[in-house]
Design a protein around this ligand. Structure first.
Ligand code: NAP
Length: 307
């Protein structure tokens, strides 16, 4: 089969760190163009807008949309109308409704839409899911605490409405939780907003399931020193710790699973699979929990935050 002719829109940090190396190693894809106001990729024709790129390079089959979420819908809509398959970086959009609209448009046009959740492809996630499915889970504690100054320097969009603030990393935890646990719903939350920002710097979330499973999630962007991306489950078979963002699985302190990280190569394998199968993969559960937190959560104002 000839490779899928791919274009990238929004050439920034995640494109350079992950998309380009993963695409280069995947024979199912050939990168033939980019569209970005400033960013370019050496050796690849570049355009400063998606409109100019789609007009100039009609042979594009698919686009990966890697700009901040507030600008994803407009680009995705243009791409789907032009007959292109679409890979959405996480979070898939700024609202639930706009992503539902894209899903319907993709279906009506016979195109594939992929709402990617890279953390679901972290090495130990499937092992954690299998472990939990084979036992009784009594409670779950999610701790996702990192230093925003280290991980998100100069990203103004992340602090603007729709940028999600601490939910930008927190939604990665939720993408794992919604994959490895039964269906959950929020029962209470507190979101902490710096006085000078439109998005929260911390969030404390309480969930339950129909069966009464208590799940507590703590997201915080003020963590200096050791960073925490852990999901801890107390179960009938002992304490399970899925740590380092899903990279390692331990049970009762014993390391059970650790493999090299392959999240983005896996995402592109999955995208090729759905394009070939003529299907879409759009799970909105992680974004729905974030929307619920903004809807149900108490809003507390805390000290102003400066970069
Ligand atoms: P970024 O570097 O700040 O932004 C990506 C690119 O989007 C920018 O270089 C910029 O390119 C374009 N852009 C910025 N503001 C824009 C605007 N107002 N309108 C149109 N385009 C704009 O961000 P990133 O870290 O790559 O993250 C992008 C997406 O990937 C986010 O949704 C994020 O959650 C997700 N993601 C990031 C990481 C990570 O480690 N950084 C990991 C996984 C997923 P031009 O100026 O050239 O247009």
């Amino acid at each position: 089969m000839t490779p899928i002719k791919l274009a990238i829109v929004g050439v920034g940090k995640i494109v350079r760190d992950q998309h380009l190396p993963s695409i280069a190693k995947n024979p199912d894809f050939q990168l033939i163009a980019t569209a970005s106001r400033h960013g370019t990729v050496d050796g690849t024709p570049s355009y400063t807008s998606i409109e100019a790129m789609l007009a100039a390079v009609p042979e594009i089959d698919a686009v990966s949309l890697c700009m901040p979420p507030q600008y994803r819908y407009e680009a995705a809509h243009k791409a789907l109308v032009a007959g292109k398959h679409v890979f959405l970086e996480k979070p898939p959009g700024a609202t639930l409704s706009e992503v539902a609209d894209l899903e319907a448009l993709a279906k009506a046009n016979g195109l594939s839409l992929f709402a990617s959740w890279h953390s679901r492809y972290a090495p130990a996630v499937e092992a954690a899911k299998a472990f939990l499915a084979a036992t009784t889970v009594n409670s779950v504690h999610v701790v996702w605490k990192e230093d925003v100054r280290h991980w998100h320097p100069n990203q103004a969009w992340i602090w603007q409405a729709g940028g999600l603030g601490v939910f930008d990393p927190g939604i990665n935890a939720l993408s794992i939780v919604t994959h490895i646990l039964p269906s959950l719903f929020l029962t209470g939350a507190t979101l902490e907003f710096p006085q000078n920002r439109e998005a929260p710097i911390a969030a404390d979330l309480r969930f339950t399931s129909a069966g009464g499973l208590p799940v507590h999630a703590e997201f915080d962007w003020r963590q200096t020193g050791k960073q925490s991306w852990d999901i801890i489950a107390e179960t009938a078979a002992g304490q399970m710790v899925l740590s380092e963002g899903g990279a390692k699985l331990s049970v009762n302190g014993e390391l059970k699973f650790a493999e090299p990280e392959q999240e983005y190569p896996q995402l592109y394998r999955r995208f090729a699979e759905i394009v070939k199968a003529g299907t879409s993969d759009v799970d909105l559960a992680p974004l729905r929990h974030v929307a619920d937190a903004f809807m149900l959560g108490k809003h507390k104002f805390v000290d102003a935050f400066y970069d």
